[in-house]
Design a protein around this ligand. Sequence first.
Ligand SMILES: [Zn+2]
Length: 190
Amino acid sequence: MSILKIARMGHPVLRAKARALHPSEIRTPKIQQLIDDLFETMKEYQGVGLAAPQVHEGLRLFVAGFPPRKDEDEDEDDDREEGDEIPLMTLINPEIEMTSRDVVEDWEGCLSIPDIRGRVPRARHIVVRAFDRNGRKIEMPASGFTARVIQHETDHLDGILFFDRMKNFQSLTFLDEFGRYWSGHNVRAE
Ligand SMILES: [Zn+2]
């Protein structure tokens, strides 16, 4: 497995619309390797999601999630909210349907926009339909932080960054100031 270079805001690959994978491509060694490398890269940079365009691959595919925290010593991110844990997932050609009109605003970060946080409105409840890494069709309801991450990553496949979704830029915050003034949760980036 390899740790891949992450494209940063300004690289055109982040603004392009990614192409769908044909189901027969999913199980090829090239795509399976890409998925493994996405997980490895996400872990290395402590992200909670990573989309293929962020590693210069214009494909409709992302990985997300982090394993439940073991009982590490009680450290400062103990205020992570219930429901913040996200199962590891690989979603290919995802399609999102909003299942309620509820919109919630919360903090987001992005590995392609390092060390910046901002508040972004997102649908609270969604259903996502996609293929998994074995090429099986899946349909998954998601809420809260999980739904937020899935929406953020799916946006990457359409060349949309979280700045584009903000109502205004008043909450834009550097990471140090975020930690100092705006609590500690969701400090991971997508
Ligand atoms: Zn991102």
